[in-house]
Write a protein that binds this ligand. Structure first.
Ligand SMILES: NC(=O)c1ccc[n+]([C@@H]2O[C@H](COP(=O)([O-])OP(=O)(O)OC[C@H]3O[C@@H](n4cnc5c(N)ncnc54)[C@H](OP(=O)(O)O)[C@@H]3O)[C@@H](O)[C@H]2O)c1
Length: 347
């Protein structure tokens, strides 16, 4: 029954954002109409979801069916292949929702050779869960969400730099959830100086993201609140050789060229699988012009700020022909009290 596969997919969704460079995966083992084991991959290097579920089921797995959100692996990574574990436990059937296009796909054959029935049961929800993961893994850069809070006229701050609070408290809570779902949050020196933010996650059992700060010049005021908050590491990217830190929580990486591509590649190499960009118009505009963006989330407050074009979240040096402007599709929209949340993907 697909309720068990749906349950495995729900488990995967719950650990999305905490598995770093590994995919979020959920698994449920069923025998004689009873759930006898369930599991999720909790973090990179930990047991895979199938192994968690089979360890829970033990002998009760024999002759049963295992439902998995993603095709089971066949390779030796930091853990042994999951197909071996499935064979050892004597399961009768394997049902999975998505094929892993980033790994050798010989799992079905190995399982079938061992006498196990295999069913690939495609599921839209699960496809969506893994689409950006596969894309990021192929490019070896993190999955990227850009978040913007602005007025109806697209301003992230007034011309004088005032930005607290454009959107409402419900938006703030939603942004905490976004931080929880990402490994790292990225911002620029301009935002640190204007807002003195901490980028923590103030929700029950929230996970604080690693904080990534960009400053080509390296002229950062180290007395700002973010540098006094010990909750997670801070990684600074700069081109300045003068910027150094004696604080072990703060890592300074000096790149010859602080291009977005170079920074993203380095972040992925360090284990950042999902990155949330929460920056001012300079960096927001840069990210919106790259090919790396997966999702753009805009929170609109029903206000008009006006002034000049300053602090408008998207600006370009050149005027672009309408045929060539970045285009998006709206994948979701909802009201957060009197504010509107739009979730968009680049076309
Ligand atoms: N409403 C919102 O959602 C929201 C969110 C964030 C900020 N804001 C507002 O935005 C305003 C600040 O805007 P902003 O555009 O100055 O902020 P920003 O985009 O966060 O930061 C800009 C700074 O990032 C650094 N930078 C840019 N590209 C870089 C690269 N490739 N490598 C390394 N460093 C790089 C530069 O620092 P250096 O000059 O040191 O090189 C640059 O000055 C404030 O008024 C703030 O309140 C609003």
């Amino acid at each position: 029954m697909s309720q068990y596969l749906n349950y495995a997919i729900e488990l995967a969704k719950m650990v999305d954002g905490q598995t770093g460079l590994n995919p979020p995966v959920g698994s449920v083992v069923v025998n004689n109409g009873r759930i006898v084991g369930l599991g999720a991959h909790l973090k990179k290097g930990d047991k895979h979801a199938e192994v968690q579920a089979l360890d829970m089921a033990q002998n009760a797995a024999k002759g049963g069916t295992i439902y998995i959100s993603l095709e089971p692996c066949t390779h030796y990574g930091s853990t042994p292949p999951c197909v071996n574990k499935i064979i050892e436990h004597g399961l009768k059937k394997v049902v999975y929702a998505v094929k892993d296009t980033t790994l050798p796909s010989n799992g079905d054959r190995i399982l079938e050779d061992a006498g196990i029935e295999v069913e690939y049961r495609p599921n839209n929800d699960a496809e969506l869960l893994y689409r950006d993961f596969f894309d990021a893994k192929n490019k070896a850069i993190p999955q990227i969400t850009v978040k913007v809070s602005c007025s109806l006229d697209g301003k992230q701050a007034t011309d004088l730099g005032e930005s607290q609070w454009i959107t409402n408290k419900t938006v703030k809570q939603d942004v905490f959830k976004l931080r929880h779902q990402h490994d790292a949050v990225l911002t620029g020196r301009g935002t640190l100086e204007a807002d003195n933010p901490q980028y923590t996650t103030r929700i029950e059992n929230g996970k604080h993201p690693i904080r990534v700060v960009l400053s080509k010049t390296g002229q950062i005021d180290m007395s700002l609140d973010i540098f006094q908050d010990p909750s997670t590491p801070i990684w600074i990217y700069t081109e300045s050789k003068q910027l150094v830190s004696n604080n072990e929580q703060i890592t300074v990486t000096t790149l010859h060229d602080c291009s977005i591509k170079n920074i993203l590649t380095d972040l992925y190499d360090r284990g950042v699988g999902r990155l949330l960009v929460e920056a001012g118009p300079t960096l927001t505009s840069m990210f919106l012009q790259t090919e790396f963006l997966n999702e753009l989330i805009i929170y609109y407050a029903p206000k008009l700020i006006g002034g000049s074009g300053r602090n408008q979240f998207f600006h370009t040096e050149q005027v672009v022909n309408l045929d060539n402007v970045p285009q998006f599709e709206v994948v979701n929209s909802n009201m957060l009290e009197q504010n509107i949340k739009l979730v968009l993907r680049k076309k």
